[in-house]
Design a protein around this ligand. Structure first.
Ligand SMILES: NC(=O)c1ccc[n+]([C@@H]2O[C@H](COP(=O)([O-])OP(=O)(O)OC[C@H]3O[C@@H](n4cnc5c(N)ncnc54)[C@H](O)[C@@H]3O)[C@@H](O)[C@H]2O)c1
Length: 322
């Protein structure tokens, strides 16, 4: 079995590491490989790293054929996810919708055993309440997205589900909450991911670090990768869409407490934030993990205290370049 991982940033590199730990040799296709950042997380001698663009269907076909790929995990994303897509919609629509279509089409033609697509909790948080008729925070909610990024993620999920329905493609989507964790490269997720990264890095440097006065649900990148790897390899699945998250909302004071436990000298400053402009006024609610637990055997390994301790230890070993 050879897994092709498309995109190697915050999450894709962790998925490559897990494949290597399974004694597999994954193929990683990345538009702009950041070898130094990747090498801090995965042994590059144990992966095939291919520079390539998912928007080039021939590059995709070449990688599949050359390395006898049998499964694909599609993690590619443009910088800053939601905020990036709001600022610059066309590239986001192109990558998230057409890039995913290329993956689905290549998977259909080359008869892949499975495609795993990285989707998002924005399908719960970025909804338009006036027209949404679904049940919030379960996989079969019927969201009407209120942002460009969420719209592209829903479109890509639905294309995948129709490739499954009409062409028998084994398609699975994993919906992450905001991801944080070790990564010293460019990219690295959306605004919540960047804020967490800045918070921890500045706290460690002894600089004033700002946190937002808002409850959040986030997932450590190692757990996001674990859920994705399980979705890639699980057998006997009944469902095609799975929440992958920590399963718990943390309050700002809990974040402060846990960060100070591992960085006692941290200088933390609370930032008042307006109500979430995307959240449609919904009170936050943890994403439901019942299905991921039952079908994937997924159990988050890194609740906030353990994740922060692991993350801080990693940054101490791999200080970001000034
Ligand atoms: N980080 C989060 O908070 C979060 C939350 C929910 C869902 N997701 C989704 O998870 C996936 C992984 O996110 P991430 O945080 O690792 O993002 P990231 O930005 O760290 O990594 C994405 C990688 O994709 C690469 N890429 C971009 N365009 C490409 C192309 N045309 N061809 C090949 N590679 C390309 C980028 O260079 C980057 O290295 C994305 O699909 C994202 O939308 C992320």
């Amino acid at each position: 079995m050879t897994v092709l991982i498309i995109g190697s940033g915050l999450v894709g590199t962790q998925i490559a590491r897990l494949e290597v730990e399974r004694e597999e040799r994954p193929v990683v296709m990345e538009l702009q490989p950041q070898r130094d950042a990747m090498a801090q997380l995965v042994d590059l001698d144990r992966i095939e790293l291919v520079q390539g663009d998912v928007l080039d269907p021939f590059a995709l076909a070449r990688a599949i054929q050359e390395y006898n790929v049998t499964r694909i995990v599609h993690t590619a994303a443009n910088p800053l996810l939601t905020a990036g897509a709001q600022r610059d919609p066309l590239p986001a629509i192109r990558l998230n919708v057409m890039g995913t279509t290329h993956v689905l089409e290549a998977a259909r033609i080359f008869k892949m055993e499975r495609v795993v697509f990285c989707s998002s909790s924005v399908l719960y948080s970025s909804m338009n309440p006036a027209v949404d008729s679904g049940t919030a925070y379960t996989e079969e909610a019927l969201p009407r997205p209120s942002t460009i990024y969420a719209t592209t993620k829903l479109a890509a999920e639905n294309l995948g589900l129709n490739y499954a329905r009409w062409y028998g493609l084994d398609f699975v989507a994993v919906r992450y909450s905001a991801v944080y964790g070790p990564w010293n490269g460019r990219g690295g997720g959306g605004e919540p991911s960047q804020l967490m990264r800045q918070l921890v890095e500045k706290a460690l440097k002894g600089e004033e670090a700002v946190y937002r006065d808002r409850p959040s649900e986030m997932v450590y990148s190692k757990d996001a990768a674990l859920g994705t790897a399980l979705a890639c390899h699980a057998t006997g699945l009944k469902s095609r869409v799975f929440n992958i998250t920590s399963g718990a909302i943390f309050q700002p004071d809990q974040l402060v407490r846990e960060l100070k436990r591992v960085v006692p000298n941290a200088r933390l400053k609370r930032e008042e934030v307006p109500p979430d402009w995307m959240a449609a006024g919904r009170p936050p609610q943890p994403m439901d993990l019942t299905r991921a637990r039952a079908e994937l055997g997924y159990e988050p390994q890194f609740p906030l205290p353990k994740a922060l301790a692991d993350y801080v230890a990693w940054i101490r070993q791999h200080p970001p370049a000034p």
